[in-house]
Design a protein around this ligand. Structure first.
Ligand SMILES: Nc1ncnc2c1ncn2[C@@H]1O[C@H](COP(=O)(O)OP(=O)(O)OP(=O)(O)O)[C@@H](O)[C@H]1O
Length: 748
């Protein structure tokens, strides 16, 4: 490591979000470029930086700072530049010069300890002296805060976020209760807050620690898809994590319950602990669904059978019995669920339902949980379809700082019918928000495949609704002739029923390639993606062929697959810029995926520069079009039309996507799908997962690996249990009032 010291003569670039800065540092002899994460530095300040000299391809020799220390300006020139940098309002170049001429090297001490004396300078009165003093103090404070945070090894990027959250109170808030960080600052979780707290000497059994740790465990369960957690499980897990007695956690739970930070409900003898939001959502969903199901939609003065006949004639099809039943019930019921596997005619039924309502003169709105699913619905029906978020006008209200759904009980959707596709992907929170915006009298039709993996977010809403038997459900189970042509569809159904798939029939679309070793599987997948499949299928390696893997880690996990596929599909090239982020390289031309819902991320249409919007969602896939190392940005084009610019602090929302996990692929469809089949944890390698993976493919599936692993997945009918009370709430219709939300009264 080298060390350099000098005065900051220029700040060339600064990223306000993460503190990444390019600056010029002047020492006695020369000016050097220094780059690094400086949360807080100003022109005129003298710093001592530790780091290494590097040769940048475009900007030449520069110093890459690892750590630095601010040295109070010690020269007359340094003090003058520091004061005239615009840092302290009221001091410009002329005043700074006068101050340094008058007070020399004591200038900064005078401002801090004897500001009264500033009035000795022409043009500075009492008031101005006071202002200068206050601004100077503020700067000091900021520096103290940064030093304080640094002393707990908090990286500059987090330090900036923390300071932005608490401002001048930062040190006080953290000293009082460092666990506040986990609640208040995005990106800081319990573990980081706990590390800081431990280095501050906070005891293991501190109430703050137990409260924060308990809520952390609860949130982890929610992150894993559970709507609640059984109380005894929560107590045990939290006590283990915190290394405290179970009674301490139990007492804390009581406190959190009394403070209404959590809800403890009795679900048929099980004490269920909920975070408030999930409790409200679950109760809300149950209440609203039942209200819709029981609402007497107005008498239909319409010969439905005759109309269905007409539609069949016009469309040149003959609906199957249960498709007809679905169309009829869509009209006569306030709430209808239609479920079926691939090729069972869900889309055809949706189209017939839309046609019928249009003939009745009723307005229909279409939506789906992801952008891709909505786009597919739109293409299949020829009618506009939006994401649920867009339909509910998710965005900023007039007064609110936070984003919210503008369509809700006060401003419901204006439509006679709302049809939602891919409902298996809708979690309990989104379902609650959707239902809030649907007033009684509007018919709601939920369509999905209940055998798909459940939503990424908490709950298993579709499964619970169907299992509750409280709502009208039509099951489509006939695979139509056209769909039967496809071995993908046939095999998906076979697998779903626990039967072996049919493999390797000539001119079909479902293939298996035997390969025993993991490295052999990897090599085969690389070969398939690079040459064989593009040639055979006509689809491009990057956009048309998708590798799915059940797992993240290991030779055939998505992390390694991405590294290996990137090497052969988009290798380094002198014309392609790239950027290292953590252990990933983002290179121009790479296929990437957004891995978190980000409603605030801005996008711009590639084709119409006036058309722009907000929101990039979990599972959206795109191609990196530009890596700008000067601006530190990465640009991605999603769906060939929306351009999104990622700042360095956004990059943790992006991953390479040559290969993605089956879970992440939900709601997407790909022309050609390649998947390794290898042994692994039985909780992961389930029939449900294989079924979900296969149903993502439209034209071709290639499984590569060990045949016995296909069978062991098919035989593994383990469905990960999700703690959800929705089915139970829906079932308990009889004792409705006594049951719903009785435990604690919560204003919705
Ligand atoms: N009543 C019917 N008679 C004949 N063919 C039908 C009928 N209903 C659907 N089909 C055909 O069956 C195939 C699958 O139908 P559809 O696309 O509606 O199913 P889906 O459940 O939406 O499938 P996926 O989930 O795979 O998209 C299509 O080719 C469709 O034309």
């Amino acid at each position: 490591m080298d060390e350099i010291q000098g005065m900051i003569s220029e700040v060339v670039f600064r990223n306000e979000v993460n503190g990444y800065t390019v600056l010029e540092l002047q020492d006695d002899v020369e000016e050097n470029t220094v780059v690094g994460y400086f949360p807080y530095v100003n022109i005129g300040e003298t710093i001592k930086a530790v780091g290494t000299w590097v040769e940048h391809p475009d900007y030449g020799r520069q110093f890459k700072m690892e750590t630095y220390q601010v040295v109070t300006p010690a020269t007359l020139n340094g003090i003058e530049r520091y004061l005239s940098s615009g840092l302290i309002p009221g001091i410009g170049a002329a005043t700074a010069k006068k101050m340094v001429e008058k007070f020399g090297l004591d200038t900064l001490d005078i401002i801090q300890y004897n500001p009264q004396r500033l009035t000795e300078i022409d043009g500075i009165g009492q008031k101005k002296a006071q202002k200068i003093y206050e601004a100077f103090q503020e700067q000091r404070e900021l520096k103290d805060i940064m030093l304080f945070l640094e002393s707990y090894n908090i990286s500059p990027a987090y330090a900036v976020r923390i300071y932005k959250t608490y401002g001048a109170n930062t040190i006080k808030v953290i000293r009082e209760n460092p666990y506040n960080l986990a609640d208040d600052v995005f990106g800081i979780g319990f573990k980081m807050a706990d590390r800081i707290a431990q280095s501050m000497g906070i005891p293991l059994d501190s109430e703050y620690r137990i409260a924060s740790g308990t809520r952390y465990v609860l949130s982890q369960f929610h992150n894993n898809g559970h709507s609640y957690i059984p109380q005894d499980k929560l107590i045990k897990t939290a006590a283990e994590l915190l290394d405290v007695r179970e009674e301490a956690v139990e007492n804390m739970l009581m406190g959190l319950y009394i403070d209404r930070k959590i809800v403890v409900d009795d679900l048929d003898g099980v004490k269920a602990v909920y975070s408030i939001a999930f409790y409200k959502a679950e109760v809300g969903v149950a209440r609203r669904l039942l209200a819709l199901a029981q609402y007497p939609v107005f008498e239909v003065n319409f010969d439905i059978e005759h109309e269905i006949n007409q539609i069949e004639k016009e469309e040149g099809i003959c609906l199957a019995t249960n498709q007809k039943e679905a169309v009829e019930k869509a009209v006569t019921k306030g709430l209808l669920v239609v479920t079926g596997g691939p090729g069972t005619g869900k889309t055809t039924t949706i189209k017939a339902i839309i046609r019928l309502f249009e003939r009745m003169g009723l307005s229909v709105l279409l939506c789906a949980p992801t952008g891709r699913a909505a786009k597919r619905m739109q293409e299949a029906t020829g009618r506009e379809s939006k994401t649920i978020h867009r339909l509910l006008e998710y965005g900023y209200g007039d007064r609110d700082e936070d984003m919210m759904f503008q369509r809700n009980e006060d401003s419901p959707l204006e439509a006679n019918v709302v049809i939602v596709d891919e409902v298996s992907m809708v979690d309990i929170l989104l379902m609650n928000n959707l239902l809030k915006a649907i007033s009684e009298g509007t018919r709601l039709i939920l369509v999905g495949d209940v055998d798909q993996l459940p939503s990424v977010g908490p709950g298993c809403v579709l499964r619970d609704i169907i299992n509750s038997e409280a709502v009208t459900v039509v099951r489509l189970n006939e695979i139509f002739r056209q769909a039967q042509e496809s071995l993908i569809v046939v095999n998906a159904h076979r697998i779903n029923k626990g039967e072996a798939p049919i493999l390797n029939i000539k001119n079909k679309d479902f293939f298996f390639m035997r390969e025993e070793s993991q490295t052999g599987i990897l090599e085969k997948i690389k070969e398939l993606c690079k040459d064989r499949l593009p040639k055979y299928s006509g689809y491009s390696s990057i956009e048309g062929i998708q590798v799915l893997s059940p797992m993240k880690k290991g030779i055939c996990g998505v992390i390694n697959l991405n590294t290996e596929l990137q090497k052969i599909l988009n290798p380094p090239h002198p014309t392609k810029n790239e950027r290292q982020y953590r252990d990933m390289i983002f290179r121009e031309g790479d296929k990437v995926m957004q891995i978190r819902n980000n409603y605030k991320m801005k996008w711009q249409s590639l084709w119409d520069s006036d058309y722009e919007g907000e929101g990039v969602f979990n599972g959206d896939m795109g191609i990196i079009s530009k890596v700008d190392n000067e601006e530190q940005t990465v640009e991605v084009i999603f769906d060939g039309e929306r351009l999104v610019r990622y700042e360095p602090s956004d990059l943790d929302e992006l991953e390479l996507a040559y290969a993605v996990t089956v879970h992440k692929s939900q709601g997407s469809e790909f022309p050609v799908l390649v998947m390794p089949v290898i042994a692994g944890p039985p909780m992961l390698l389930t029939r449900n997962l294989l079924y979900t993976a296969l149903t993502r493919a439209k034209k071709m599936v290639v499984l590569v690996g060990q045949e016995r692993c296909i069978y062991s997945m098919i035989n593994n009918n383990y469905v990960t249990r999700r703690y959800s009370g929705l089915e139970y709430r829906l079932r308990r219709l009889g004792n409705w009032d006594e049951f719903m939300g009785n435990t604690i009264s919560i204003q919705e």
